[in-house]
Ligand binder design. Structure first.
Ligand code: ADP
Length: 395
């Protein structure tokens, strides 16, 4: 190999490596080596471990002829042949009658792809109308196959690492959850036990106002405990997908008015500005959707205390969009991607009680309605939760 070729290969190698994404790395690999080896189309087939079929993970038309997508079908039987027999396949045109359109004469080259020591798929090249593949071409193609395998392995490792990170985070959250939940369960129980024991003391003569005060605390703490247990059961049911939703046409503006009125009975000072544009009905489970709204109200009250809350509805591209805007402290950007995960709570000083289940529950319910929920937040300005639901198609 001469010096120029070597330095050209070195340059290509560096450029390919610099592309973090598989598809763009393969694009550079195949395009920049066309100086050594010309072909019209290239495709990569990988065996799917679950379905045992072949997936086309990359296809590209470089030269004459059709589009990459249309072309990928030609290689499937050759790819199967390469994989079944674990060897390279070289095909001349199947029908070589002279006088026919040169473009219909396909020259195929199939090379096995190994990821680690395992045969995982095939790399296929096609040339329309020849020429036949020379020894040099086959060597270059084999080099590209080894290279492509390394890039596929790199992608699979990246995916495995991301999955591992997510599992590790989930395990950490579970650990935190156990300590959070023990605290969250013990606190209301402690109040209930303490105040009821006090009330029952024979020697204490509580006046009526004090008795009422104690009973009110017991009542509120029982509600808190009930809500906590309900959230835990609900999140377990949603995770195992054992909840039956009862869908019917819903008017979200009416539902929002009801929930707002309910929340106000408990929080008379809460300032809520309802900006409800008329929106089409959605197909939904009224009880569950109310639960989502209640959670968002409750979060705004907890995390943006004293702030005004603006709740708005509008139609965007045929979907109904709701927004819950508070003017609280906001959420630092780095925590936003995790907010809807089960058990996740923004780290930091904890003065507000919670379990990290509320937003997870909201997301599962909205997803069961084929909707979306997301958040935008600006520090010291406030937080907005958006929900988008498809309009009822039957109306
Ligand atoms: P919990 O309230 O039980 O902690 P959630 O799942 O409802 O759990 O919320 C997850 C986290 O998101 C909360 O711990 C809180 O830090 C943050 N959060 C939710 N809503 C708001 C809001 N309106 N403003 C600021 N932070 C919020």
């Amino acid at each position: 190999m001469d010096k120029n070729t070597l330095s050209e290969l070195h340059r290509i190698f560096q450029e390919v490596q610099s592309k973090p994404e598989l598809k763009s790395a393969l694009d550079i690999l195949f395009l920049s080596m066309r100086g050594f080896f010309v072909f019209d189309n290239v495709a990569i087939y990988l065996g799917d471990r679950k379905t045992r079929g072949l997936d086309i993970v990359y296809a590209r038309a470089m030269g004459r002829g059709k589009t990459a997508e249309a072309d990928a079908a030609w290689g499937e039987s050759v790819a199967n042949d390469v994989i079944t027999n674990e060897h390279m396949v070289i095909h001349g045109p199947l029908d070589d009658t002279t006088g026919r359109d040169r473009m219909s004469q396909t020259y195929l080259l199939g090379i096995p792809l190994y990821v680690g020591a395992t045969l995982r798929g095939a790399l296929l090249y096609v040339r329309f109308g020849g020429p036949e593949y020379s020894e040099l071409h086959i060597h270059t193609a084999s080099l590209q196959a080894i290279w492509a395998s390394a890039l596929i392995e790199r992608k699979e490792l990246q995916e495995a690492r991301a999955e591992l990170d997510s599992v590790q985070r989930q395990m950490r959250l579970q650990d935190d959850f156990v300590s959070t939940i023990s605290h969250e369960l013990r606190t209301p129980l402690g109040f209930i036990k303490g105040y009821s024991t006090s009330l029952l003391r024979q020697d204490a003569n509580w006046d009526e106002a004090t008795q009422r005060e104690f009973l009110t605390i017991i009542d509120e703490e029982t509600d808190r405990l009930a809500k906590l247990i309900e959230d835990m059961l609900e999140s377990a049911r949603l995770q195992s997908k054992t909840i039956q939703f009862k869908f019917s046409p819903l008017r979200l503006d009416a539902l929002l008015r009801d929930v707002t009125a309910r929340v106000r009975t408990h929080h008379p000072k809460l300032e809520v500005d309802l900006q409800l544009e008329p929106v089409p009905p959605v197909l939904g489970d009224g009880v569950r959707i109310s639960q989502v709204f209640e959670n968002l109200f409750s979060n705004a009250i907890k995390y943006a205390p004293g702030s005004r809350l603006t709740v708005a509805t509008k139609t965007v591209n045929g979907r109904v969009r709701l927004s819950f805007v508070d003017e609280g402290e906001g959420i630092p950007e780095e925590f936003i991607p995790f907010l809807f995960e089960r058990f996740y709570r923004v780290p930091g000083e904890r003065t507000v009680t919670g379990t990290g289940l509320g937003l997870y529950i909201c997301k599962q319910i909205v997803m069961a309605h084929h909707g979306n929920i997301w958040v935008e937040s600006v520090l010291d300005r406030g937080t907005t939760f958006f929900i988008e639901l498809p309009a009822d198609p039957t109306l």
